[in-house]
Design a protein around this ligand. Structure first.
Ligand code: URA
Length: 191
């Protein structure tokens, strides 16, 4: 696994499949345990992530880490975190469909190697791309569906929670549902 993973990462770090490669400081490949049973997928790097080369390291990331800690998840121990796109769009605009199309094979390969039991989509862009293009995240967050043997759930994006703190209890409830699902289907996440 490690050699295959390292080869994938090296190839991704040199990617020039779309125009976003021109403005990037770092390719943000992902962070965490490649044996994780739970994967979190965000939208794409922002400024801090682009500068540091790691997903969710800004204010939204700090909030994510707190929500994770509530249910005993830790990016350095028992989960893996990645994004739909690996390079920062200018001024943090939404990634274009063609940028997503160019980039998503990297994520698909990461998922194929990690083989998670649960995928949590952080926000609408990830949920629309991976679960349902018409997903209504305000209504459907916290609902699990099964796809090709993988449990999938969308939750509110931590940056949206920073803009609208009134939604934090909803996100909290989603994380508690996630903990229940982990207890149900995972074998070593809480070991
Ligand atoms: N928002 C995302 O969707 N991903 C990151 O890595 C950081 C912020």
């Amino acid at each position: 696994m490690d050699t295959k993973w390292d080869a994938l990462k090296a190839e991704c770090m040199a990617c020039k499949k779309c125009g976003l490669c021109e403005g990037r400081h770092h390719v943000v490949f992902g962070v965490g345990n490649t044996s994780a049973e739970v994967m979190f997928i965000g939208e794409g790097p922002g400024e801090n992530e682009d500068l540091q080369g790691e997903p969710f390291v800004g204010l939204a990331g700090q909030l994510l880490d707190k929500l994770l800690a509530v249910i005993d998840l830790d990016r350095n121990k028992n989960i893996y975190i990645a994004n739909i796109i690996k390079c920062r769009p200018p001024r943090n605009r939404d990634p274009l469909p063609e940028e997503q199309d160019a980039c998503i094979p990297w994520l698909r390969k990461q998922v194929a190697m990690i083989r998670p039991k649960i995928i949590v989509c952080l926000g609408r862009i990830a949920a629309a791309r991976l679960m349902d293009p018409n997903i209504k995240i305000t209504r459907q967050h916290g609902e699990f569906i099964q796809r090709n043997g993988v449990w999938m759930m969308a939750t509110l994006h931590p940056a949206a929670l920073l803009r609208n703190p009134a939604q934090k209890p909803d996100a909290f409830t989603d994380f508690l549902k996630l903990r229940d699902k982990i207890h149900e289907v995972c074998t070593h996440t809480y070991e």
